[in-house]
Design a protein around this ligand. Structure first.
Ligand code: 5AD
Length: 366
């Protein structure tokens, strides 16, 4: 444990052993980790928290991930796709309220129609905001030319979680049906980077069969591929999924939540200037989960601005918070809570990752 604490002086160099120790830590060591992460965060990303308006475009999905509530074989789900008009209404409202950025998230679909629809939403979002609203896409694995097409039409960032950097665990969590390939997912992250996107990834924390060593590898993976942004959160069981059968192996909610917080804090130490989201899954386990994540390293919040009817059908896991209150109320509450923490909302700011430099420029360095 001592070793881990001394490397706090150059936290970005934490080794796998040190990371594992810190993931297992409690008491004074854990408090020290959180305090150091808070300090690094203040120094590198300041006291602003950036807003992303999250729109869940569609819960139709071609994938069948064993943990996910909207997997294609779950027949109990009401499936929807928002029209471009509905999405643009939500975007316009977000823009008026001072959001600097929106996220279009969807189940994985690869039809020409889907590709065209996303392109249209991207173009329209840039048009109505005079190019000012930053756009993150989180629409699963696509062909390289699709990523490129969306990028050329104005998408700025792409979020594709690796879910776990352990290939063995990945294989346990996904069916072996030719549609769920670990190496393809890795390749996708490379392609996105090469095209010039700000690239985000993330993992689930506290999965069945997952060890602290694997989580340490997840952190080192994110550092090695040099991501610009991260969204990660605790795994939450969903009764209509095969992984539910392993629920008795899970850490109790409080410890799973705590592990999530430690992952956020450690990633902040390893990658001081990236954007880290305080995710909804953290809040599902602790009512103040997102605030706690912000206190130990996260600097992005993603209020859900999907119309309420469809929001109910985008249930990735059990007890997903639905935020029944209206968007305006939610923002007002965030403002209060953040002010009390000495933080401010970065209204109208795109909140780009200060870590980001386009691949084209980085190649020029070599
Ligand atoms: N628990 C937590 N996160 C989940 N996701 C999907 N299912 C679950 C679950 N049961 C996350 C995955 C996916 C993102 C859209 O939602 O990480 O990438």
């Amino acid at each position: 444990m001592k070793a881990a604490i001394t490397s706090f002086s150059i936290p970005s160099l934490l080794s796998k052993n040190e990371l594992t120790d810190l993931l297992r830590s409690s008491g004074a060591n854990e408090r020290q980790l959180f305090a150091r992460a808070a300090e690094i965060k203040r120094k590198f990303v300041g006291n602003k928290v950036y807003l992303r308006g999250l729109i869940e475009l569609s819960n139709r999905c071609r994938k069948d991930c064993l943990y996910c509530g909207i997997r294609c074989s779950n027949k109990a789900v009401y499936r929807y796709s928002l029209s471009c008009e509905t999405v643009m209404e939500a975007v316009r409202r977000a823009w008026q309220r001072g959001f600097g950025s929106v996220v279009f998230q969807s189940g994985e679909q690869t039809s020409d129609r889907f590709i065209r629809e996303i392109e249209k939403m991207v173009r329209e979002t840039k048009r109505i905001s005079d190019g000012a609203l930053a756009i993150t896409l989180s629409c699963g694995e696509q062909r390289e030319k699709t990523y490129r097409r969306w990028f050329e039409n104005g998408a700025d960032r792409y979020l594709l979680r690796i879910e776990t950097a352990s290939e063995a665990l990945y294989k346990k969590l996904h069916p072996q049906d030719g549609k769920h390939s670990f190496s393809q997912r890795m390749k996708a992250l490379e392609q996105l980077d090469k095209i010039g996107y700000q690239v985000g990834t993330g993992v689930m924390i506290g999965l069945p069969f997952q060890t602290p060593e694997m989580l340490a590898d997840d952190l080192l993976f994110m550092k090695r591929i040099d991501i610009d942004m991260c969204g990660m959160g605790p795994y939450l069981e969903h009764p209509d999924t095969p992984l539910y059968a392993f629920r008795d192996q899970l850490l109790p909610p409080e410890r799973r939540f705590n592990l999530g917080l430690k992952m956020v804090a450690l990633l902040r130490l390893l990658m001081p200037d990236i954007n880290i989201a305080a995710t909804t899954a953290l809040q599902a386990l602790d009512l103040e989960g997102r605030e706690k994540a912000i206190a130990v390293g996260a600097n992005v919040i993603m209020p859900n601005i999907t119309p309420p009817e469809e929001r109910k059908a985008y249930l990735l896991y059990e007890n997903k918070p639905l935020f029944a209150e209206d968007d305006e109320e939610e923002l007002a509450r965030w403002e209060q809570r953040l002010r009390a923490m000495g933080l401010q909302i970065g209204y109208h700011l795109p909140g780009n990752s200060t870590h980001y430099r386009p691949a084209q420029l980085r190649r020029g360095d070599r």
